[in-house]
Design a protein around this ligand. Sequence first.
Ligand SMILES: O=P(O)(O)OC[C@H]1O[C@H](O)[C@H](O)[C@@H](O)[C@@H]1O
Length: 534
Amino acid sequence: MFPKINPTQTKAWKKLKAHYLTHGSIHMNELFENDTNRFEKFSFEFEDFLFDFSKNIITEKTMELLMELAEECQLSEAISAMFNGENINETEDRAVLHTALRNFSNEPVLVNGENITPLVEHERNRIKAICEEIHSEKWTGFTGKKIKTIVNIGVGGSDLGAAMVTEALQPFWEEDMKPLFISNIDGANLLEALEEIDFEETLFIVASKTFTTQETMTNATTIKELFLEECHEESFIENHFIAITGNKEAANKFGIPDENIFEIWDWVCGRFSLWGSMGISIALTIGYEQFEELLKGANAVDKHFKNEKLEKSIPVIMGMLSIWYINFFNANSEAVLPYYHHLSKFKAYLQQGAMESNGKSTDRNGSPINYQTGVVIWGEVGTNGQHSFHQLLHQGTQFIPCDFIIPINSQNGLQDHQDKLLSNAFAQTEALMKGRTHSKNEIPFKIFEGNKPTNSILVKELTPYNLGSLLAVYEHKIFVQGIIWNIFSFDQWGVELGKELASDKLVAIKKHKQAKAFDGSTNGLLNKVEEWRV
Ligand SMILES: O=P(O)(O)OC[C@H]1O[C@H](O)[C@H](O)[C@@H](O)[C@@H]1O
């Protein structure tokens, strides 16, 4: 295992601190004026992508020092350890191998001595088979009707990835196939979905790695009861319910037979799991071939991340730029701004990926951390954000690095709209960088300081393959940050306390008695429930 290094104790960190003092306030306008090759120097092409990092407050020296920091923190060793299946998720004693789910070579990948490649292939073939059966109508609903609606019942990592990808790839949907997602314990989510479905034509996917998550089990149980009320026959469950889980026993107990259970292994972290059986709703929606394209696009980035030199690796550059701003400029958030309508769920997906992974304040040695780690991720699609929060990006007092994700070609055929969309994206990055200085007649309120960093990620078209690549870049960026910050990115102990504390609140709510056992505020709130509920 690679060493656990406090980044602030490295030589590079100290050098970066000094470098920030001399270079942190250089205006990008000046950097561009002084270097006509700046765009060429700081932009990278990768397959159908162009990553333009030139609108960042960096010089070649900055990048050199950031890479020095990556080396001192043994990032290369950490990357190898992940791909080699070492138990880098130490607090749960697990390997982290979502990359194995999208590996199409027959190379063995060992987890505690066991080659997992055949397992992955076997499960992938099962995904292919269920897609074929459903699309060819060999698998039908209990009255013989074609399955046309896929309802994924899951939450967190068992929801967000698949929900985001199916939405992003809407132009690639199979004819007659509609995905729906039920995640929230709020009954409104379930009822809204029910309005859109016909039980005879619906496949329910109970997606839960643990098969114990309260939201998912409650939603799945309610749906099962309603389904049985409709068809009056337990044996029909096998036509309409499948499970994705690592807890087969619990899925069996729920009533789902073995052949309808798809596996997720403990070496796949939930929030990075859409590439395996957690992606069944994706495969059913866009077809298995296109699902494989998604995986192959991600795999291309995996190879790049594994083999490329640090200074040329896109995820490493993105991760290190983010460290530069978070730890030296004290940025508290990052905005992700896809100029693509169907990427509206991208921020929610990335919020879990980044904030659940890197929202940590204990380092890998178990010591409290005295430097900043994960930040708030937020954003909006298209030009919508421009008319709401971009004011704050341009003239507010917060320093917020932004990623602009810009597919050049749309699938919607409305070229005039697309041209305007693109021009807006480029104008925003330009304005954020350039700002507008004070001229004689200008009132001070119109001054834009500029010098706001942006990454522009251009992609020819958002195909399944390219989406796979984009997501893998962000996944690995999160990994890079976790290594530099010396934290465990693949556990999530912070979500447990709330779950535990919810159980006795539930008992109190259901008892209809005066609450006395909690703190004054919680007692007061619970008692208001009793008083107000109808
Ligand atoms: O897949 P499940 O076991 O149902 O877990 C669903 C989600 O719930 C947990 O609370 C975690 O915060 C997430 O990382 C996880 O993805």
